[in-house]
Design a binder for this molecule. Structure first.
Ligand SMILES: *Cc1c(COP(=O)(O)O)cnc(C)c1O
Length: 458
């Protein structure tokens, strides 16, 4: 590091000079906010000079230009649309399930004043859950269902309510971390619920649960657990010397001790065109789960939401618990969820974007890939076999055959960056030094957008 030259500080442009430049003086941004950003910028340069990190003193117009660009960048609508060419259909970092046109329209329709909590014929106050209730019950095949902000909220609410007073018992083999450091047991505990971990990482037996429900055994402190929790392993699998209690047997255990069984399914498939390997909500209910918790934006193909489905009494207790108010979904999410479930009601789920992406045939992908390659003037060799995944904590390690375009270029990571920074960003992925654009995660009606972006970059 160079020795700091503090004399440079006096050459820094003065605030008033920077503010007076037309770039900023004639800009539409709020004066006091421009001033705050210029001040931050000047402070950053001052620090850099003091720490000897720079010997260059920026001119006033360079600073004004940086500030203008910064303000403009901050004001770009975010999160904004991108094209997902990663081959991961439910990508948590890029918004999970893509919504249907109907769901998008429903969100826009509910955005202004809407009949969120009013019964229009009578003019009386209603509940925001009245309209979606019957759809959830019918489609999920359950007595009752409640909607919260997301599945983490569903878990928090269900455990806080049903874990009183003795807590929930869960196998150490199911202590899932779902991503970004969030752990199921930690979320279950967040509302004060006791979580009694039993068994070992690889093996948990019926007796481990029974002991916890009687408040005896090695993990006990004398207080019997008040509920049993099952967590779908979702993003990992175990094999070798393993043993777990199947869900149906766990339902037996819970029932014989008179406590509810909460099953955190997460991914939440309804079957119907999605891989059979993934457990469905219906299957969980059939096996005896009293409450099934699912995400709205994973295999359900809807917006961010958490659904608590199951026995009327338990759902009702969750709905009435004060915390439910803090976890409730907003009107636009409810509108999109309603539109998504209406698609299931009409047996139109094959038209949901998620189902279309999963169900696209290799022939369809190839036809599209060849057409795009031809438009771009690329040879057919640009189209390669690839592996896509469903993602969203579903089917660990399970891949779906797909087709991808290899972008012809010398510097894949540079071009990948250019694509991500395009006016319509395209997110591809690099495999063995080749920049791949997977076609399974792009809907056919967006191929023209992809071509336009590629043409603008290459
Ligand atoms: C995804 C997932 C969650 C969290 O769901 P969000 O909707 O992201 O809050 C919880 N549990 C399991 C098993 C999951 O797969």
């Amino acid at each position: 590091m160079a020795k700091p030259d503090l004399s440079l500080l006096s050459r820094l442009p003065k605030m008033d000079r920077v503010l007076a430049l037309p770039t900023l003086a004639e800009s539409p941004w709020r004066r006091e906010l421009i001033k705050a950003v210029v001040s931050e910028r000047l402070a950053a340069v001052r620090t850099a000079i003091r720490e000897g990190q720079t010997t260059e003193v920026p001119e006033a117009d360079a600073i004004a230009e940086q500030v203008r660009a910064q303000l403009e960048a901050w004001a770009v609508p975010r999160p904004r649309r991108v094209l997902n060419a990663t081959g991961v259909i439910l990508h948590t970092n890029i918004g999970r399930a893509p919504l249907s046109a109907e769901a998008i329209e429903a969100m826009a329709g509910a955005a202004m004043a809407c009949d969120l909590e009013v019964d229009l014929p009578s003019g009386q106050r209603g509940s925001r859950f009245t309209a979606i209730g019957p759809l959830l019950r019918l489609v999920l095949g359950t007595e009752d269902a409640h909607v919260v902000n997301n599945n983490a909220a569903a878990l928090l609410l269900a455990c806080t309510v049903l874990g009183e007073p003795g807590g929930v018992v869960v196998s150490r083999g199911q202590l899932v971390e779902i991503g970004d450091g969030f752990r199921v047991a930690t979320m279950a505990r967040a509302g004060g619920c006791r979580v009694v971990e039993v068994g070992s990482t690889n093996r948990t037996h019926r007796k481990d649960y029974e002991d916890a429900l009687q408040g005896v055994g090695p993990d006990a402190d004398g207080q019997p657990a008040s509920a049993v929790m099952w967590v779908h392993l979702s993003n990992f699998s175990q094999d070798g010397f393993v043993s777990s209690v199947p869900l149906s047997e766990l339902a037996d255990v819970a029932k014989s001790h008179g406590v509810p069984l909460i099953a955190d399914l997460g991914s939440g498939s309804l079957g119907r065109g999605l891989p059979d390997a993934e457990p469905t909500v219906q299957h969980y209910l059939e096996q005896g789960a009293d409450l099934v918790l699912v995400s709205g934006d994973k295999l359900m193909g809807g917006p961010q939401a958490g659904i608590i489905a199951g026995k009327r009494e338990y759902v009702h207790r969750c709905r009435r618990f004060p915390m439910a108010r803090a976890l409730r979904p907003d009107k636009t999410a409810l509108a999109a969820l309603h539109a998504t479930f209406a698609a299931y009601l009409r047996a139109e789920e094959p038209h949901l974007p998620l189902h279309r992406m999963v169900g696209a045939t290799l022939e369809q992908l190839e036809t599209r890939g060849k057409a795009i390659a031809a438009t771009m003037g690329w040879s057919d060799a640009a189209l390669v076999a690839s592996k896509a995944t469903i993602g969203g904590g579903s089917l660990p390690g399970d891949v779906v055959d797909s087709r991808a375009l290899v972008v012809p270029c010398d510097k894949p990571s540079r071009v990948a960056r250019q694509l991500r920074c395009a006016s319509l960003p395209v997110i591809g992925h690099i495999v063995e030094d080749a920049l791949l654009l997977d076609l399974r995660t792009i809907l056919p009606e967006h191929d023209a957008d992809l071509v336009a972006v590629l043409k603008s970059i290459l």
